[in-house]
Design a protein around this ligand. Structure first.
Ligand code: F6R
Length: 234
């Protein structure tokens, strides 16, 4: 694990953005794994400002809420179009986001894994971390070998994400998420974590034992994982 600590989130994000940009320039048909939430918003802003060529890029998002209409403002599909896709020249057919309204969720999840494999695997995976150590929506106690599947959010994550909805009751209980095994197969991982509320999860992930109690701790076993922190999360 390489830990990159900067005074501010913006400075850390700028370095992460330069790494993603360098990757896209080197490999114009790269396969990116993408995250949502508040953390990567500035990363996507920075990437948009760099005027990169996204025409050959393929993306796979980590997760999506189950049961929200796909045009719901808090669906991760809406998030991605609002914060990145509509600002760059990516092809719609090259973007992949789990379908939270799939009729047969297990079949959809198997198909998602197949599509990642058919694209050649994920070159670079962007990650945030939950205050409980989740990556994607792999909550504590998730199998460290898990694949894309349905998960139930913990009350803590629903409380954390209530800020995006009108109230915690509106936060869905279920999600589709790439598994930890899926994430670990990405050739590079960039995890971004900013603010004091991430300090404990990061300390456990970076310095603690590898444990399903903190799913991000598995990144200690990843051959190329970088963790970007600001002074507060560090
Ligand atoms: C979202 C995702 C989650 C978030 C995490 C942190 O696609 O995979 O793991 O990265 O919940 O969310 P924020 O950035 O809102 O603190």
């Amino acid at each position: 694990m390489e830990i990159i600590i900067q005074p501010t989130a913006l400075e850390a994000t700028a370095i992460a953005a330069r790494m993603v940009a360098a990757h896209l320039r080197e490999k114009p048909d790269a396969v990116l794994g993408l995250a949502t939430g508040s953390t990567p918003v500035s990363l996507y802003k920075e990437l948009i400002s760099m005027n990169l060529d996204w025409s050959g890029v393929t993306t796979f998002n980590l997760d999506e809420y189950i049961g929200l209409p796909c045009d719901h403002p808090q669906s991760y599909r809406s998030f991605m179009w609002e914060n990145l896709f509509r600002h760059v020249n990516i092809r719609r057919e090259n973007t992949h986001i789990p379908d939270g309204n799939a009729v047969d969720v297990p079949a959809f999840c198997r198909g998602y894994e197949d599509r990642i494999a058919a694209a050649g695997g994920i070159d670079l995976q962007v990650l945030g971390i939950g205050t409980d150590g989740h990556i994607g929506f792999n909550e504590p106690s998730s199998s460290l070998a898990s694949r894309t599947r349905i998960k139930t959010l913990t009350q803590r994550t629903r409380d954390d994400n209530a800020r995006f909805f009108g109230s915690v009751e509106e936060v869905p209980h279920h999600v589709i998420t790439m598994g930890i095994g899926t994430i670990m197969e990405a050739r590079q991982c960039l995890l971004l974590a900013f603010g004091e509320n991430k300090t404990r999860a990061i300390a456990e992930a970076v310095e603690g034992p590898i444990t399903a109690s903190n799913p991000a701790s598995i990144l200690q076993m990843h051959p190329s994982a970088r963790v970007f922190l600001d002074s507060e999360s560090a």
